[in-house]
Ligand binder design. Sequence first.
Ligand SMILES: *Cc1c(COP(=O)(O)O)cnc(C)c1O
Length: 381
Amino acid sequence: MLSDQQILRIPGPSPIPPSVQRAMSQPMIGHRDQETKELLQRIKPDLKPLFGTEQEVNIITGSGTAGLEAAVVNTVKPGDEVLVIVTGAFGDRFAKICAAYQIKTHRYDVNWGEAVTSDAIKEYLEKYPSIKAVFATFCETSTGVLNPVQEIAEAVHTHSNTLFIVDGVSCVGGVEAKMDEWDIDILVTGSQKAMMLPPGLAFIAVSERAWKVIENNTQPRFYLDLKKYRDNLDKDSTPFTPAVSLLFGLEQVLRLIEQEGLEQVYARHQLMMKMTRAAFNALDIPLLTTDKAASPTVTAIKPADFQADELRRILKEDFSLTMAGGQQHLKGRIFRIGHMGYCSPADVLQTISVIEIGLRKAGKTTELGKGTQAAQEVYLR
Ligand SMILES: *Cc1c(COP(=O)(O)O)cnc(C)c1O
């Protein structure tokens, strides 16, 4: 086996394009020098379309969770009431961040594997009019669900005066997001999922409505104070030393996305989702989510007659192919395939055909090639 070949099919970190890898190896520059200013000047306008916003996208050096925590500490303070929509492990994280800051947190729990409905949120907000912010997960990475954030945004803003805050960490850059048009107040993402970068950057875009709340919020904060990021970004700068190498990479990522075309990027993710789902349907192996609730960036599979973790172990050992397992109560019960960022239909075909070998070795009697063929047919359609 090639010792340096890793086939990374987890929902983040995801593989890095070679040209991005090269861009990141450039010699260091001073973060207060003209070069960094110009780098940020080039990056700023090209980030906006990924979020579907005219607002500047703030860049925090930190993992995706830094972006989530920034969204919390900047908009609410202890004692405020919020609603967190929990459709899996990452909704749960948002709720835990709120609880850590002594925010009065209402949880709206949805069965893992299902998407939330906007009607449910509408009813909830009518019942609790003192809620100041609603937190939701766009792609719930732990289950492979894409929540209907456009519909939820509409329900939130027509039935209340609350902010609508969205964790888009595992999909922004791979799934269409129209923050301004859909009326999302804060949209967060991270670098290591659909953005084709290593971990280390969080991105956070903020609406006019949210900036007003942020300006009046007395909750103390320092490193994650979004006003600092905004005021510095206005001057093509950052409040603290940024992860300069990741910014080099980001510029190249944005170039790659521009070359492919954002619409084409989204279409590629849709296609990879459909190919993956068709393969498991053909193999008669249950998927965790319905087609309607499925995310274009990650697919969760819930086997009935073989061990998910045994299959993962075999693929890791034989092919250095890594898939993710389940989180919390789904541990050992599902496996998840990431198909986001630097991932192509050819990569999906490789993954499926290798899984078919793994299934045999895990003791499942399936006809070799059946899943691959179904995925190929989806591609050709
Ligand atoms: C990966 C992920 C995060 C952030 O995780 P970090 O480990 O802090 O980068 C947050 N939300 C979702 C939906 C994710 O998939």
